[in-house]
Structure formats: C-alpha cells, structure tokens
Design a binder for this molecule. Structure first.
Ligand code: HEM
Length: 277
C-alpha cells in the first residue's frame, strides 16, 4: 500500500450543484483557451504578415507568440486540467494524458524561444538580447518550466529503480512530491500569463507606434482581446486548480474497523487512501 493517510470518506465527491458550476467553469476555460489560440494565429497571419523562417527574421518572430501561447497556455493549461476533468477514470490514464500534453508543450516552448532569439540576432543590425522586463520574466518562466520537467524526469527515473526493490518506498517518495509539483505548475502557469501580457503590451507599442495604439485601431482590439482572455484564464484556472472541492476523488484502498478492545470511543471507520503522483 502507498503512503496512507486518513480523510473523511467521500473526499472529492461533488454535489450536483457543485458539478454544474465546475463543468460550466471548465467550459468557459476551454472557450478562452481555444479562443486565445485562434486569436493569436489570426493576429500574426492577418495583421503581421504570417510566418517565415530565418530568411525573414521579422516574420520569424511571429512564431514566438503563437508557440508560447500554444505551449504555456493551451497545452500546459489542458495538462493541468486533466486531473480535475478525468475524475472517475483510472489514475494511470489521467497521468499518461497529463504527461502527453506536457510533452507537447516542450517543443512549442523550445522553438518559440529559438525563433525570438533568431529574430533579434539575425536582424541587420542585430537587436540586443534580454534587455526588457518581458524577456526577464520570460527567462524566469522558462526556467521554472525546465525545472518542473527535469524534476519529473528525475523523480520518474528514481521511482522506477526504487519500484524494483520496494513499492512502499516509491509510493511515499512520489506522494510527498505531489504538492510541490502541483504548486510549481500553478505558479509557472500564472507567471506565463504575466509574461504573455507584457509581451503583448510591448509588441503593441512597437507595431502601433506614434500614438496609433491610443486611437484603438482594429489590431489593438485583437491584441487587447488576447490579454483579456489571459486575465480570464488566470481567474478561472486559479479557481479550478486551487479549490480542493474540485480535486479528484481518492478511492479507499483499505477500510478498517475500530479495534473492539479499544477503550477510546471510536464512532467512525477509518479509511486509508492511496495518494501518489
Ligand atoms: C510565456 C510566454 C513567453 C515567454 C516565456 C517569452 C519569452 C521571451 C524571451 C526570453 C524574450 C527575449 C528574447 C531576446 O532577448 O532575444 C522575448 C522577447 C519578446 N517577446 Fe516573448 N515570451 C512569451 C510570450 C510572448 C507573447 C505572447 C508575446 C506577444 C507578442 C511576446 C512578445 C515578445 C517580444 C515583442 C519580444 C522582443 C522584445 C523583447 O526582447 O522583449 N512574448 N520573449
């Protein structure tokens, strides 16, 4: 049995009203995530000239916002929602889907970072790197994401070897890391939102210079709408992921009767849950 702890029976079960609220909020979050991804694609294709590779660094830049939104917001957001959405099915299925979505985020983020550095370094004359508030925030966000991925790989590697000699050891090892992993995930997601908002602000002032932005042309609406989606996601995802009422139900792995010879008054059975990463 894994690291066991006591909870009141029924933890994670939701009433009908709570379920309705939960699925409504998830539906809103989905609209915002799909809406944001569509808007950023529309923006760079319609207003910013679409995509080109290294032969045109200005247009190579356009990969950056699209891939960063895809990796940090769309795939990472879905990866984090998996544990809340797949409430009743096998935990292994949820774990595999969570890992798969995280793995989809990795190439988006790597290529997204390469293209923005290219778009600076390949210009004539080159644009200096890492001077802006946005780029510093971006480095912290990417650093946290890299830590999260490395830590998961290292934990997975050690768990595999530990599993060969003692299952008890690997279960307690992993379950101890669950809160750290989950908290870092939410922090990285929120930082990514802040980074994206600063990126949009900066780009809006670059491309709608000389006071054009203040006149709120159509492009400004498209850019601001993306920032509004991000603000909505910060609120919704924060609520969905932080509230323990929406957490997955833990299934009891052992139910123990109170000892008959106990001189303590025990009115309830004790339920032991397996709680692992
Ligand atoms: C979490 C998502 C994002 C991360 C981690 C990130 C990271 C970075 C980094 C590290 C740089 C510096 C590149 C260099 O100095 O050569 C940069 C530049 C830039 N990014 Fe982002 N970015 C993100 C999202 C966005 C978004 C959504 C936009 C919207 C247009 C954007 C716009 C820009 C712009 C205009 C630059 C060039 C100016 C500058 O260096 O600040 N970024 N980004």
């Amino acid at each position: 049995m894994g690291r066991s702890h006591r909870q009141s029976y029924g933890g994670g079960e939701m009433s009908v009203a709570a379920s309705l609220v939960f699925y409504f909020l998830v539906f809103l979050a989905e609209i915002l995530m799909f809406g944001l991804l569509s808007l950023v694609l529309f923006w760079v294709v319609y207003y910013r000239g679409g995509f080109k590779w290294r032969e045109d660094p200005a247009r190579e830049f356009n990969f950056h916002p699209v891939l960063m939104v895809a990796g940090f917001i769309f795939f990472m957001g879905h990866a984090m929602l998996v544990y809340r959405l797949f409430r009743c099915c096998n935990k292994l299925t949820a774990k595999l889907l969570h890992t798969f979505l995280y793995l989809l985020a990795v190439p988006c983020i790597v290529v997204g970072v390469i293209t923005v550095f290219d778009s600076h370094n390949l210009r004539v004359p080159p644009i200096p790197n890492l001077y802006s508030l946005h780029s510093w925030l971006g480095l912290v966000t990417v650093g946290l994401f890299a830590l999260q991925v490395t830590h998961t790989l290292v934990v997975g590697f050690f768990s595999f070897w530990l599993l060969l000699c003692c299952e008890q050891g690997t279960a307690s090892f992993r379950s101890g890391l669950v809160p750290v992993h989950a908290t870092f995930g939410i922090i990285t997601f929120m930082l990514a939102i802040a980074t994206c908002v600063t990126g949009y602000t900066e780009k809006a002032f670059f491309v709608m210079s000389n006071g054009l932005y203040a006149q709120l042309p159509d492009e400004a609406w498209v850019v601001n709408a993306q920032a509004a989606c991000l603000a909505g996601l910060a609120i919704l995802m924060g609520f969905l992921l932080y509230s323990s009422r929406y957490a997955r139900a833990s299934h009891p792995v052992a139910i123990v009767d109170p000892p008959s010879n106990s001189h303590y008054v025990m009115t309830q059975k004790t339920y032991y849950y397996r709680d692992q990463m």
